[in-house]
Design a protein around this ligand. Structure first.
Ligand SMILES: [Zn+2]
Length: 272
């Protein structure tokens, strides 16, 4: 069922949006283009937030910084002189968010990235297939109402996860992926979406998986980061088990191959 769902999601929109699954988080860019810039000497976090969104942004940020995990995520970038993390708030992203403009210096050091938050990230839940953690914060009439600020901070934590992942990735591999994924996509669209094509198999071996596998692996790692924030933030809330049992069911239903990353939340039913 899980594979069927994923394959269906993948193929049904392939022509329209290349190889993004239908379930993709709204407008999130996912494979970094390699941009080379001089190494910064006065790095840190640059907040590019229009005046009308400043109040809400400060509340989202305060939610993130109310946990030790969030503060550690934040401080790692705020205090790094040779890395510039830009955080923008934009109407264009609406309820979604994305991380892009990844930058390296001539020596291959990762030196910059931009997180763009929609102006309404305190609303909107992405699908449970690729976002088992973010989607767990949704509620219906019979369940808990979980604050939009927590949702927003969890989305911000997810995006910081993407920056962390890129920081720990091999720059040469990212460059290779950014060159070869468009080539893969182009062949895929012309060959009747046949991923068993010999050339596609070779390309997938070279870049560490099919584009969809690479993409989903990144999303799940970011969901693990989001889960760590959430675990600390809501540990004393009445809805803790409500959320973590949803995460467990989502991971077991849609992300079985990635259960290990989410342990123990993905394996042990929550009760307290
Ligand atoms: Zn993501």
């Amino acid at each position: 069922m899980r594979m069927f769902l994923k394959r269906f999601a993948f193929l049904s929109t392939a022509a329209a949006v290349l190889i993004f699954p239908i379930a993709a988080y709204p407008s999130e860019s996912w494979f970094p283009k390699v941009e080379i810039v001089p190494r910064p000497t006065e790095g840190g976090i640059r907040e590019d937030v229009p005046r009308q969104y400043r109040d809400r942004y400060e509340k989202w940020k305060a939610e993130l910084l109310s946990t030790e995990f969030g503060r550690r995520q934040w401080d790692a970038y705020a205090t790094n002189p040779s890395f510039v993390l830009t955080i923008r708030v934009s109407r264009g992203k609406d309820k979604g968010a994305g991380t892009d403009r990844f930058q390296w210096d001539e020596q291959g050091n990762f030196v910059g990235a931009t997180i763009t938050l929609g102006h309404q990230i305190d609303e909107g839940y992405p699908n449970p297939i690729y976002y088992p953690v973010l989607s767990s914060l949704s509620s219906d009439a019979t369940s808990y109402l979980i604050s939009g600020r927590i949702l927003a901070a969890t989305k911000l934590s997810h995006e910081l996860g993407h920056v962390n992942q890129t920081a720990s990735a091999n720059a040469a591999m990212i460059e290779k992926q950014s060159k070869l994924i468009p080539e893969y996509t182009s062949i895929f669209l012309k060959n009747g979406h046949n991923i068993r094509d010999r050339k596609l198999i070779e390309l997938a071996e070279e870049i560490g998986g099919t584009p969809i596998e690479i993409w989903e692996s990144r999303e799940y790692w970011s969901e693990v980061t989001a889960m760590k924030y959430l675990k600390e933030r809501i540990r004393n809330e009445a809805f803790y088990c409500y959320v973590f049992n949803k995460i467990r069911i989502n991971v077991q239903t849609y992300a079985r191959d990635y259960v290990d990353r989410f342990e123990p939340a993905a394996l042990v039913p929550c009760s307290k």
